[in-house]
Write a protein that binds this ligand. Sequence first.
Ligand code: GDP
Ligand code: MG
Length: 428
Amino acid sequence: MHDTREPLRERALLIGLERSGHDKWAVKDSLEELRELTESAGAEVIDLISQKRDRPEAATFIGSGKVQELAARCRDSGANIVIFDDDLSPAQGRNLSEVLGLNVKVIDRTELILDIFAQRARTREGKIQVELAQLQYMLPRLAGLWTHLSRQRSGVGSRGPGEQQLEVDRRRVQEKIHRLDHALEEVRKNRRVERGGRQRLHWPQVAIIGYTNSGKSTLMNELTGANVLAEDKLFATLDPTTRKLRMPNHQNILLSDTVGFLRKLPHHLIESFKATLEEVVDSDLLLHMVDVSHPQAREQIKAVEIVLKEIDAWGKPTVMALNKIDKLDEGSTLLENFCREFDHAVPISATNRTNFDELLDEIANRLSDRRVNVTLSIPHDRAKTIALVYRSGYVTSREMENGRVVLRAQIPKVLAGELTPYVVEEGS
Ligand code: GDP
Ligand code: MG
């Protein structure tokens, strides 16, 4: 019979392993996060299933009895997708698909994240990065796909044509990867030129980092009026946005909103998104957003720190924004504890604009060593140099003296270095 109805929304069963003494994140929390991710991707979650096991079963990740149980659950509940909370090897994915049948899609956390990235990417760079990561993920799994399909179709292991087809496909995918790599390099070159332009002004770069959904985009919007997509979905932002912000002390900074961090972000995924994270690596200061109202706030902080280490951005000057204080119960001692535990932490509410002054003060303090008070004496016909001082710093007085312009200003230290011939006085 031919079914002409619209394809149903995907109905998902989520599966995780409960390992004794293995993970600080209980399987329940991890599955809850997987639920949020799944819903972000647009599927409906039917149930969360866990199994107690110390190590994944080599062939099928979960035990064979559990696989049978899972197959039955899929039939009874009409689930058409099964999502594993950890990465599946190509063989595990293949074996599970064989038992669960063609009507049930088997994917793992990485594929789910990639799917969300694919839906969210806006810029050309973002889109290319996602496609590359997807192809690289697919490549070792192609073999399985073919043996799986040929067996399903003929019931016999007719390897000949499948094997040839596989070689063709593999080559095609590799060629595509090669092309995308090339395209990505081009896009990046352009972006570097753009960034080079910005850097000539020597404004300190501040990267807003933090666990996904902690309020990074909201803060960016509230501070700069940038129209960054902020919503209650994991990974609402994939592409970094950078905006200029003039601080209360007249210091200009460049603020960028970055992709949200997640725990269990597979290493090769971080590798793929390193370019996006360049904003973080190259920044002068990290503004670490934390949702203090989240029960797993501390684990989220750790997950962020792990990624920072992976991309070599660990140890940079950091200001921590303890966000969403409006959601805390009255009289809660939580904030006190956080402030005691973490240096340079400022409680804020991004949506209510609470404590923004304190936050900006702390940022300015941490950046103060990047700025100097100088008196410059510049020949009046050096218009470009004079304009540069105005654009990159804060001029407090201007006088004419013997055909020279004398400026008192606060400017980036690096710029003072470049303007040494004109500096007549320097203080901090
Ligand atoms: P991002 O993933 O870190 O960029 O987080 P978003 O800025 O997209 O915010 C995620 C969700 O948290 C949104 O629904 C925001 O409205 C909400 N949010 C952000 N800051 C606050 C806050 O200070 N208080 C409350 N109650 N909600 C907030
Ligand atoms: Mg965001």
